[in-house]
Design a protein around this ligand. Structure first.
Ligand code: COA
Ligand code: HC5
Length: 635
């Protein structure tokens, strides 16, 4: 079973370019046997600290397309001063280098704090991504529960590999990747604090959890998913247990205690203290936090056209539709929440602190394969105990916190617009045929689409994996470059010849791919700059001027926040914009089509997700047309 399902984990084949690849399990189960995990991890290189001058030079180049020249001159002076011999930069760089010698990864703990645990905005919309699976073939309650049972069995099957440390090692650009994140996604949960959050992981407890939590009609249940002989419950057994849960949570008037987790983190931190003062509540919260994962059996959502189905599903994954729909049917702090509706909607949302998208997507690919290969095998039905309902005592104060959370959630729901499109004109095939990196091609199309809508270039974030390094997370590929700016300004200029436009496109794509290669090898600028800033906070009485500069805030104001998350499954991932006047764009490029989700805030006059999605589709087609109609310039 492990081998068959394991083989399905292959998400690509080794190639000369950088792409996440799970090595076929037949050869790697042996290589990744228990105990080998640590050997593998210990063999990974440590994240380097890039040279100071290199980062300063590249930072200046990255500012060029997004700043006016007068501002740029001012920043240039600040940078010269910063990196002068014996100056502040040198001192901080030495501090960072020393930190790198003392730790496995000079960045990862800082990154976890700065990007997640210190971030006080709600995790809903502002941090937690969603994954929308293709619409499943069920349209009633029985179908919903049968599917949930299979999904749970699929996750438990994946967990067997995690527990046995036999997960195949992933590769990127020919290099083995850090597998640490896979061990962080089950049995873990975020916990709110008054000023800073934390994450707990119970997977390595002396008695690791054997239960999941199931939530239906805002009521939480503990479902033990292992038999007394430690074998996982069969799909059949799980189905019977889910029916019991369903039938004992038919009331629809329960207080949505889970909606508290959607609040601003400081508010939730205060409400948490209040909630957990009561012993029963404390035990219930602990049971959710410790559970292996959560399954949300959602109430039906408003019907929409087939065209809008995935967009509505994306919203259901990101926020649940508001307090009148499914937003109370969640525990947003839970690392993994699978969400299943009655009408074939399914997907998940995950709390981002412990891991990036790729491990989550590998799990999804595994579950989908599992669901297709496993039937409802009838197993002998020894009676199982009734899943335990988690009780909450709701005092007037808690009730008030819930009402505040509901109101705030509904404001967020009204503000978020998401448009999912399946761009079906081409996928990775067309850029590959043009000898271009598909990811770079899509990123440059995004640059052009933004320029067409807003008549300017903007600071752009694309996630790059740092998992070539021990405990690596991400760095930023700044897709707005001098080369992309030259291209987007020329594209709609009738005075320019097509051969020139093609040459500029080729140059922009090449430059993007080169940036990507530097980023995944730990030579990008954003995390280094963050490290220098945090080192300054630790070492100095004042923050260096380069971080107080308006150029620095402009560079951090990512109007385009983007990420490629490839999957074998025909799914789409989504997340909210990074800034009030920005877009969140997540895409899954398949061989012949691209699934794209674009988000924006309704409260911002200038942005419009549906319009951006349309412009992006047109732009992709225009770029192909240009390439196909223009004879290549002789170089
Ligand atoms: N000519 C022909 N083919 C090319 C090519 C070229 N010039 N350049 C690349 N290709 C091919 C590659 O070989 C690869 O082939 P495959 O489909 O057989 O695997 C394919 O095109 C894709 O390569 P490319 O589009 O260049 O992108 P990538 O797969 O290397 O991905 C990143 C780039 C930045 C997405 C990747 O490096 C990364 O970091 N991924 C992780 C991102 C992440 O963590 N996201 C989630 C954050 S929560
Ligand atoms: C299920 C996949 C979700 C992708 C989420 C993602 O890309 O998060 C980025 C993480 C990072 O460190 O780059 C952050 N981003 C949403 C701002 C792009």
């Amino acid at each position: 079973m492990l081998l068959v399902l394991g083989r399905n984990m292959v998400v690509g084949t080794a190639n000369r370019c950088s792409r996440l690849v799970l090595r076929p399990v037949r050869s790697t189960v042996a290589a990744a046997a228990p105990g080998r995990y640590l050997t593998h991890q210990n063999g990974l290189p440590c994240l380097p600290v890039p040279p100071l001058q290199q980062t300063c030079d590249r930072y200046l180049a990255a500012l060029e397309p997004i700043l006016e020249s007068a501002e740029l001159e001012c920043t240039k002076d600040l940078l010269t001063k910063f990196q002068s011999p014996g100056g502040v930069g040198e001192r901080l760089q030495k501090g960072l280098e020393s930190r790198a010698r003392r730790t496995d990864n000079w960045l990862s703990d800082w990154w976890l704090q700065a990007a997640y645990l210190d971030f006080r905005m709600p995790v809903v919309v502002h941090s937690s991504p969603g994954v929308v699976l293709p619409r499943m073939q069920f349209s009633d309650r029985q179908g919903q529960m049968k599917f949930a049972a299979k999904l749970i069995a699929g996750v438990l099957d994946f967990k067997t590999m995690i527990d046995a440390e036999t997960l195949p090692v992933e590769y990127l650009g020919g290099s083995p990747l850090c597998m640490h994140q896979y061990y962080q996604i089950l049995s873990s949960c975020r916990i709110p604090g008054l000023k800073r959050d934390s994450v707990v992981n119970h997977a390595r407890d002396p008695r690791p959890p054997t239960h999941i939590t199931v939530v239906h009609n805002f009521q939480f249940f503990v479902l033990d998913v292992y038999n007394s002989d430690r074998t996982p419950l069969t799909v059949d057994q799980l189905y019977v247990q889910l029916e019991k849960i369903w039938n004992s949570s038919l009331q629809t008037n329960k207080e949505p205690v889970g909606i508290l987790t959607s609040q601003h983190r400081n508010d939730w931190g205060k409400a948490y203290v209040n909630l957990t003062r009561d012993e029963t509540n404390k035990e219930s919260v602990l049971a959710i936090q410790k559970s292996i994962f959560t399954v949300c059996l959602d109430a039906p959502m408003p019907r929409v056209s087939d065209e809008m189905f995935r967009s509505r599903a994306a919203l259901q994954m990101l926020h649940g539709g508001g307090s009148h729909w499914n937003s109370g049917n969640r525990w947003f702090d839970k690392t993994l929440q699978f969400i299943i509706g009655e009408d074939g909607t399914c997907g998940l949302m995950y709390e981002h602190a412990p891991a990036e998208g790729p491990p989550i997507v590998a799990l999804i690919d595994h579950i989908v394969e599992y669901i297709h290969t496993s039937g409802m095998v009838r197993s002998p039905m020894a009676p199982l105990p009734m899943p335990k309902k988690l009780r909450f005592n709701v005092t007037p104060e808690i009730k008030r916190d819930i009402e505040n959370a509901k109101e705030h959630m509904n404001t967020m729901v009204h503000d978020l617009e998401v448009r999912v499109v399946v761009f079906d004109q081409f996928g990775k095939n067309v850029p590959k045929a043009q000898k271009m990196s598909p990811d770079a091609f899509i990123q440059i199309a995004l640059q052009l689409a933004y320029y067409r809508m807003h008549q300017r270039c903007c600071s752009t974030y694309e996630s790059a994996s740092l998992r070539m390094f021990k405990r690596g997370r991400t760095d930023t590929i700044r897709s707005a470059s001098i080369d992309s700016a030259n291209f987007v300004k020329a594209f709609d200029d009738p005075a320019k010849h097509n051969t020139e436009k093609v040459a500029l496109l080729e140059q922009a794509v090449k430059a993007h791919r080169a940036y990507t290669d530097r980023a995944i090898r730990g030579q990008a600028i954003d995390r280094h700059l963050l490290g220098l800033k945090l080192q300054a906070i630790e070492d100095l009485a004042s923050i260096p001027e380069i971080f107080m500069d308006t150029a620095y805030s402009a560079a951090q104001h990512f109007n385009l926040s983007t990420s490629q998350v490839p999957a074998k499954t025909d799914c789409v991932m989504c997340f909210g914009p990074g800034v009030p006047d920005g877009y969140g764009v997540c895409y899954n490029p398949m061989a012949k089509h691209i699934n794209i989700a674009v988000s924006a805030f309704n409260s911002c006059e200038e942005t419009n997700a549906a319009h951006m999605a349309k412009v992006l589709e047109n732009t992709l087609m225009d770029m192909r047309k240009l390439l196909e109609e223009t004879p290549k310039a002789k170089l």
